[in-house]
Design a protein around this ligand. Structure first.
Ligand SMILES: [Zn+2]
Length: 410
């Protein structure tokens, strides 16, 4: 008997989240259309809609056209019925913000937070969340979750972060979800940063147009988030897409992972900045980037990108070289996963055509012709803050999945 009640409640829950998801997917829809689409009785639909309107997730927005009889009431999802936090963390900086359930930002800020000390870094992040809740004026009850985009390996079975070669060696077996949840009292969902960015591109960007795509994140590391048949490709533990650790030069520099000559030990942002600062010291030609180096004593990735548009300059050559080798990694993704679209994102993507031309040429040279013919390779349509929006998308997706436990307290 108890079991039957349990099952009935589960069915009720699944019906409610199912109906809510159908309403979200449509601009407007009527109760009659919902009954037709789901096969539920009009009485059941009426009951579910009553609950969804009472909780604010659904609003009635006027009347549709009559097909004989009474005009149907139009129903719409209300994206301002709830909000989620999103955070993208990197070694020294964090992007934190709050968005509505359509991922429209209410607040978005950058912070300097040192994440090489996990607990200290997470505590500082939690403090900023608390401050932002107050500053945004959003009712605490309407904050339904928080997504975190993490630059390292996240075990999909336990949601524990295994390590991050970018954040340093103190990150070992840490549950960001538990740590933050305890501090801020909001349900937290953690995801690898490139997976999160791929999800943002897929749900909010031009990735919508395909079900098979990859997002290549060119930042402190180099990695890919891969969507196959409309789902993130996780593999056994969730560690897919680590193209930054393709060894392209066995005698190359030591990588953060412990190996030598990995793609990211040569062409991720920190490696490019290091290389530029070393080589500019010996660079004798008249050059805009060299002039900056002479003036400031060092150059940043922003300096490199700002000076990479003019042909035959040092920055131009450096970015082109990076594009060529990164193209080898992208070719490997194409050969293995056969995507329809590749989106290039992260800080280095700001170099635009200077990066994309050699990268595309390199892909054409290194991937199978049959696989390249159909694939579109373009800059990410989300551009800046993709990881942040990905973190938000992760939280929103989790809320609307399964029985919608975090969303509808049945
Ligand atoms: Zn490596």
């Amino acid at each position: 008997m108890g079991n039957e009640v349990g099952n009935l409640q589960l069915v009720k829950k699944l019906n409610r989240i199912g109906i809510l998801n159908i309403i979200r997917e449509h601009n407007t829809i009527s109760r009659q259309q919902l009954a037709k689409l789901t096969g539920l009785t009009p009485a059941a639909i009426t009951g579910i809609i009553r609950d969804l309107v009472a909780t604010g997730y659904v609003v009635e927005t006027g009347f549709g056209k009559s097909s004989g009889g009474r005009r149907p009431v139009k129903l719409q999802f209300n994206p301002d019925s709830g909000y989620v936090f999103g955070a993208e963390i990197t070694r020294k900086n964090a992007t934190l913000g709050v968005v509505n359930l359509d991922a429209k930002p209410v607040m978005l800020k950058q912070y300097s937070i040192d994440m090489t000390e996990p607990q200290q870094g997470l505590d500082l992040l939690a403090d900023e969340v608390a401050k932002m809740i107050i500053e945004s004026g959003i009712d605490r009850k309407k904050i339904l979750g928080m997504g975190v985009a993490y630059p390292g390996l996240v075990d999909i079975t336990t949601k524990v972060v295994k390590r991050s070669s970018n954040l340093g060696n103190k990150w070992r077996d840490i549950s960001i979800e538990n740590w933050l949840q305890d501090k801020i009292g909001i349900k937290v969902f953690v995801e690898n940063n490139s997976n999160a960015a791929a999800l943002a591109e897929y749900i909010l960007g031009r990735g919508k147009e395909t079900k098979n795509m990859a997002y290549i994140n060119l930042g402190e590391g180099i990695s890919a988030g891969i969507i196959l048949n409309g789902m993130l490709a996780y593999g056994f533990k969730g560690y897919t897409g680590e193209i930054g650790h393709l060894v392209i030069y066995e005698d190359g520099p030591l990588c953060n992972c412990g190996n030598n000559g990995c793609l990211e030990s040569l062409y991720a942002v920190p490696a490019l900045v290091r290389k530029a600062n070393n080589e500019l010291a010996l660079y004798n030609q008249k050059d805009t980037l060299k002039a900056i180096w002479l003036e400031k004593g060092n150059v940043t990735i922003e300096d490199i990108i700002a000076n990479a548009n003019e042909a035959n300059t040092y920055a131009w050559e450096l970015v082109r070289q990076a594009g060529w080798y990164i193209g080898k990694g992208v070719a490997a993704i194409i050969n293995v996963f056969n995507p329809e679209a590749i989106f290039i994102g992260g800080i280095l993507a700001e170099a635009g055509n200077t990066l994309m031309e050699p990268l595309t040429e390199s892909v054409q040279k290194h991937a199978l012709p049959e696989l390249i013919r159909e694939v579109k390779i373009e800059l990410s349509s989300m551009r800046k803050n993709t990881g942040f929006y990905g973190a938000c998308a992760v939280a929103i997706k989790a809320l609307f999945e399964g029985g919608g436990d975090a969303l509808l307290d049945v």
